[in-house]
Design a protein around this ligand. Structure first.
Ligand code: NAP
Length: 487
């Protein structure tokens, strides 16, 4: 493999808009800066799309739709399979690119490239498994034919925290189902998605199937596309606040929606748990992606008999985590995405300590350059603390003791979110009983990571609508058509 340099991986990315299979500048040649969050330095400029550019992308997606829907499912699957292989071949370069724009340590970035690629492998296999039906009507005379068709041109909006996987989790099923797309990546991390577009084109994706608009004017560019009426689907991953706004916009033309929104995951540790496993799982659930994950454990509820021991062990592990630029060997705690993220985490920790929480480690931002906040453990966190209700999105583990199972379940469910809940116990009956009572779309049962391309990912309550991945992931990009047949 040729040597990989930071300038080399950034330089290799096309930085224009990808519309109708061509790289084109934004109207007026407008661009914006992409920064390295570990230093605050500018990595490069990418095209800054205007609403007109957004419309051009939708035009391309609409024009390509009929031809794309007619491409054989096997061929669509094989494009995904080739793209999967290219992603794996270029994992090291793509991981470095992601670390530079997002900050996560290289090992985690490489893990995300593999995770992202696995969505393509999974949906390559699903493309040829879309089923239909033939049935006798209850009156015995009629017949029902049921078939599935692509939903139509789809709008995809993704966040900065998993710059590639949040894209492939939508692009994979859309390609498999035969839908065309306009995708808008987060302004802070556009490079991974631009690199992905080039790989899909190389893998044989026809012109116009995938169109990418990078922009600093997310609302200005996307709202006209949502209200245009030709796009038939919006798949969004991001905050609940923005998701709510987009749902309102989608109501006008009754777009199908998939919403992967915020989380506030509880992490329950019962006295009968394997404590080694619980601490290991806590480290994963808290520190994956520097705590900047919708699945991040946001609240630790630990039964009183083990709370001291658990807190001591978690603190020891958190204190030992090397912090620094994600490109440095051994670093586990990279920078947060920007200054606003550091400010929010600082405010939440200050609020908790003012209400009586105690800091066991960390607890104060690190002076720049870069946006660093250290791994932090808080204990005796009161229920009224803001971080019990809000997404921390940083490396802070707040611990609160509980006494009974009922109390733990009530505390866990006391949130508007319902994405994931984690639960550690060695009692099989309790494991199933509590899993059933927890209000979440996903449960990590004695396990600190739930994400898997072959499993249905998604939330209930205000964490979202629909599922990505698994056998149901492709349904989000398919419509069911029933043909009534008279014999
Ligand atoms: P965000 O502010 O909601 O942004 C997400 C995406 O929406 C970005 O591309 C953003 O563009 C765009 N956007 C913002 N305002 C918009 C508008 N008015 N119209 C159209 N698009 C708009 O969220 P974030 O801070 O990037 O990501 C963190 C959030 O995502 C957290 O709440 C996290 O829990 C959630 N998340 C959920 C999942 C899941 O699967 N459930 C996965 C990952 C993250 P700009 O970048 O240009 O602002």
């Amino acid at each position: 493999m040729s040597a990989i340099s930071e300038a080399g991986v950034v330089g290799a990315v096309d930085k224009e808009l990808f519309i109708g299979g061509k790289w084109v500048p934004a109207t007026g040649g407008r661009t914006f800066d992409v920064q390295d969050p570990s230093t605050g330095t500018v990595l490069c400029q990418v095209a800054d799309a205007t609403p007109e550019d957004g419309l051009a992308a939708l035009d391309a997606a609409v024009e390509a739709q009929a031809g794309w829907a007619a491409v054989a499912p096997r061929e669509r699957g094989e494009i995904l399979r080739r793209a999967y292989e290219k992603l794996i071949e270029r994992r090291d370069q793509l991981a470095l690119l992601m670390t530079l724009e997002m900050g996560k340590p290289l090992a985690e970035a490489a893990g995300e490239i593999t995770y992202a690629a696995e969505f393509f492998r999974w949906f390559a296999e699903e493309a040829v498994r879309v089923d239909g039906g033939y049935a006798v009507a209850p009156n015995g005379v009629g017949r029902f034919l049921v078939t599935r068709q692509p939903v139509g041109p789809a709008l995809l909006i993704t966040p900065w925290n998993f710059p590639m996987a949040m894209g492939t989790r939508k692009i994979g099923p859309a390609v498999a189902a035969g839908s065309t797309m306009v995708i808008k990546p987060a302004a802070q991390t556009p490079l991974s998605m631009l690199a992905l577009a080039a790989i899909l084109a190389e893998a044989g994706l026809p012109d116009g199937v995938l169109n990418i608009v990078t922009t600093t004017d997310a609302g200005g560019v996307m709202e006209p596309l949502i209200r245009d009426g030709r796009a038939r689907k919006l798949s969004f991953t991001g905050s609940t606040a923005v998701g709510r706004k987009l749902l309102e916009q989608c109501a006008e033309k009754v777009l199908r929606t998939s919403m992967e929104l915020g989380g506030n995951a509880p992490f329950l540790v019962f006295e009968d748990a394997d404590l080694d496993a619980a601490v290991e799982g806590a480290m994963q659930a808290k520190m994956r992606n520097i705590g900047e994950a919708c699945t991040a454990a946001n609240r630790f509820y630990v039964q009183r008999g083990v709370v001291e021991e658990f807190s001591r062990r978690l603190t020891e592990r958190m204190q030992a985590l090397p912090m620094g630029r994600g490109t440095e060997d051994g670093v586990v705690v990279g920078p947060l995405i920007d200054e606003a993220a550091v400010k929010k985490v600082t405010e939440l920790v200050k609020d908790a300590t003012e209400r009586g929480a105690r800091v066991l480690t960390g607890g104060a931002a690190i002076d720049g350059p870069g946006h660093f906040y250290p791994a932090t453990v808080l204990t005796d966190v009161p229920a009224e603390a803001r971080l019990a209700a809000e997404e921390i999105f940083g490396p802070v583990a707040p611990i609160t003791p509980f006494d009974t199972e009922d109390e733990a379940v009530a505390k866990a469910n006391n949130t508007e979110y319902g994405l994931v809940s984690y639960l550690y116990t060695s009692d099989v009956k309790r494991a199933l009983r509590v899993s059933e009572r927890l209000e979440a779309g996903m449960i990590g049962l004695n396990q600190g990571v739930v994400s898997n391309p072959a499993a249905p990912f998604g939330g209930i309550k205000q964490s979202g609508l629909g599922r990505e991945g698994g056998t149901v992931g492709i349904d989000e990009f398919l419509e069911t058509k029933y043909i009534a047949v008279s014999l």
